[in-house]
Structures are given as structure tokens and as C-alpha cells.
Design a protein around this ligand. Sequence first.
Ligand SMILES: Cc1cc2nc3c(=O)[nH]c(=O)nc-3n(C[C@H](O)[C@H](O)[C@H](O)COP(=O)(O)OP(=O)(O)OC[C@H]3O[C@@H](n4cnc5c(N)ncnc54)[C@H](O)[C@@H]3O)c2cc1C
Length: 464
Amino acid sequence: MLAFGNPVDAAIIGAGVVGCAMARRFSLEGASVVVLERAPDILSGASKANSAILHTGFDAPPGSVELQCMQAGYDEYMQIREDFNLPILDTGALVAAWSDSEEARLPELLEQALLNGVADARLLSRAEVVAREPALGAHVRAALLVPREVIIDPWSAPLAYAMQAKALGARFHFNAGLLSARFDGDLWHLQTPMGTLTARSVINAAGIHGDSVERMLIGGSQFEIRPRKGQFVVFDKAAAKHLRTILLPVPTARTKGVVLTRTIFGNLLVGPTAEEQEERERPDVTRPELDMLIAKAVELVPALAQAQVTAVYAGLRPASEEKHYRLHSLPEKGYFCAGGIRSTGLTAALGIARHVHGLWAQDRTAGGKPITAPPILPLPNLAEHLPRDWELPGHDGIVCHCEMVTGREIEAALSSPLPPGDFGGLRRRTRCAMGRCQGFNCLARLNSLTEGRLSVPITPEADR
Ligand SMILES: Cc1cc2nc3c(=O)[nH]c(=O)nc-3n(C[C@H](O)[C@H](O)[C@H](O)COP(=O)(O)OP(=O)(O)OC[C@H]3O[C@@H](n4cnc5c(N)ncnc54)[C@H](O)[C@@H]3O)c2cc1C
């Protein structure tokens, strides 16, 4: 059992990108923080499987809190990214029209972008689109160009937020899912498999379990999570040369649709699907949907018919029965909810954290002083277009030859202040076993390097 000690100002439930950003923001503002995560590592839910686009909010509902959080999140990411060594791939995005009806919708999308403050968005003629992206299918009609949509590393960013929170004193407890909770009129008593924690307030950032955690905490839930699966196909790095810009479809009311984009790691990605499912734990990949994605990619960029597939994966969006974020609070109980963050949370996390902290701070006199010179721990670069560790001397040999991951990188991850708890966490921190062979050649070596150092040892079936 862990000794949780004195009550903390804020207990954050869930260490997805939202929980990590929340831990950072509350710690920066001087609050004492504990993060309770039921999985063995951060980013074990929706945040481990997204498209990695930092959105401008051009197509978000005008005037919404979501738009406000996305734009605040985007701006803060851009402000801090150089200090933390967080990369961007400066691609821009094209919302491409492939039919008369889609082309007719582009002016209204431009109008919405301008209304949302995305002033550099503009329409491109067919000739301009083809000049920019010569490999596109011949039936492309026109597009909306959104220059500031960019690609980021979806795992290093939240890791940087969590590491800074930890350096400021936040405590992260893994395998410590919230089991039950009681509010005694002053303090929360939060029961976990690791012991009972007391806290002055609770922040619900439990993603796909946000509604059940809300019921556990306050006896009912204002929302119901409706998991929405998104499957992806990752093409081999050789395919990335066919596209510069993120290719977005004209969106529908329900989904942003299937995207074709480069990744920061040098691959080309197509996805996600949008499939409702009851099951909350396992986002399985399925052959017909993967075939549909490959066919879609080939329709958009015909040269991809020859491209090899490196990997497939799926994530579950924590969507709810309504489209908007479920941000609400019961200040008299010190309860705050950041739920239903379905498809823009990577972008918005830093903004959501500011928003929720603002609500939290409204009726609070205690809670510490803001930190004026916070510690900054730069992250190792994993982006393909920037110098990697294997290019520098003394790297202790290459462990993963597909992704050129060095022994020094593996050791640095394992001995970092927030080390991985499982194989998935090690992969997200280093890219080991993420390439063409998916670990076939390096698994035995990784097994011996990580022996006794992961809370869940590597097995062939280990969570990725
Ligand atoms: C297919 C797909 C594509 C996407 N593309 C993009 C994109 O390009 N750009 C973008 O900005 N966003 C994108 N998103 C959205 C983004 O990934 C999500 O909005 C974000 O990851 C949600 O983060 P979260 O922290 O709310 O939830 P999660 O990441 O799910 O984190 C919740 C955490 O809570 C933990 N938890 C649950 N129950 C408990 C409990 N009882 N006790 C303790 N811990 C608990 C879980 O284990 C989990 O780690 C995409 C999402 C998907 C699925």
C-alpha cells in the first residue's frame, strides 16, 4: 500500500493528454497535485492513438468552449515547444473537394474559418491544388488551404507536460484506478488499489470512463460516453514522398472524416474511421475497414497502390451523446469534469487545463503561489526530419534498426523521472518496435534491456 500522506489540493483522475496537461497547469499555479491512473503508464487510453494533428480550430463550432480551448492549446504549444524540444511538421492542411457538392461547400467552410479567427485560410483553384500536390487523384476539384494546421509528436508532448508537473512536485500513481469515492463535506477520500488518497478537489479526466467516474464521485452523470472507434493504416516511410500537406475531407456533422497525412516519424497515415461501439476497452482493427482505408488512400493518391503497409492501429474517442466537450463543475464539492474530449483533445489539452484551472481558482483562496521559473526538461527528438540520437557519437549501438532507436535512448527512457510502465510506454517514448518489423528483430534484446524495469514485462502479446 502507498502512503498517500497529507491531503492534496487536486487529485486528477486519468493520465491521458488532458490529465497530463492538467497536472502541469495546476502544478505551475502552485497547487499540490496527485494523478491517479488505472493503467501502468500515461497515455494508455484515447491519447495513445490519434492522428497527431495540431488543429487551428478552423472548422470548430464558432463561439464554443472547444474552439477557445483548441486555440489556447495551439498557442501555448507553439510558445513552449522549443524549450521542451517538441517538434512540428509544418505541413498546412488542404480540405479537398472531390465532387460538385463538396466544392460548393468550400466557401462556407472558408467563412467559418474566418469567423473562427483563422485569417490565413484561403480557397485554392484546382490548378493551385495540383501545383502544390501533384500526386493527388485527377478528380480533385479545389480546396480550402489552412496553412497553420501542423503535425506533432502525439506522445512526447503530453510526456513533456507530465514531466514538468512531476518536476514541480506532482505525484503520478499508476495501476491506481479510482475504485470508489466519498466526500465528507471538506475532503475527498479516494479509494484505489494502492490505498486511499485524500484531496481537497477532484478533476475527472478519465476519458472513455469519464461518465462512470463522475457517477462514482457525485452519484450521477451529466453525460454518457459513446465510444467511437477510429482505425488507421500506417504506410511505409517510402510513401511519405507523395504528399506534403495534410489532406482533410469536407467534414460532416458527425466526423472530421478520413485524413491522409504524413506523420512526424516519416510515415504516411490514413484514417480514422468513425465507428460507434459499446465496448470500452478494446479498439480492435478489422479487415474490411482497413481495406476501405487503403482503397480511400489510393483513390486520393493513386501512387499509394504500390505502397507497403507498416502497421495498423485503432483508438477509441471518448465521445458523448452530445458533440460538445463536457466541462462542468460542482464547486461546493470541489468536483471538476473534463469529459467527452472526443476528437480535438491533443490540440486543446493545454487550453482545457487553463479553462478548468480558471474554474477551480474562482472560489479558492488557498492553493499555493504560481511558479515563476519552472523547471524545463527537454525531450529527446524522435521526429524523422530532425537530427536523431543515432547520428551522434556514443549512442551505445542500434537496438531497433527499423526506427534507428539507440541503446542510449532506451536507457534514457528507462531511467527518466517518469519511466515507462509497460512496452507500449517504452515504444511511445523511443519508437522501438514501431517500424517495419514491429519488433520481430529487436524484441529479445528489448526484453533483456527492460528486465525488472517495467511494471508489466514485455510479452509478444503485451499492450502496444
Ligand atoms: C482516432 C482518433 C483520432 C484523433 N485525432 C486527433 C487529432 O489529430 N488532433 C487532436 O487534437 N485530437 C485528436 N484526437 C482526440 C484526442 O486523442 C483525444 O481528445 C484525447 O486523447 C482525449 O484525452 P483524454 O485525456 O481526455 O482521454 P484519455 O487519453 O482516454 O485518458 C483518460 C485516462 O483515464 C484513465 N482512467 C479511466 N478510468 C480511470 C479510473 N477509474 N481511475 C484512474 N484512471 C482512469 C484511462 O486509463 C486513461 O489513461 C483523436 C482521437 C482519436 C481516438
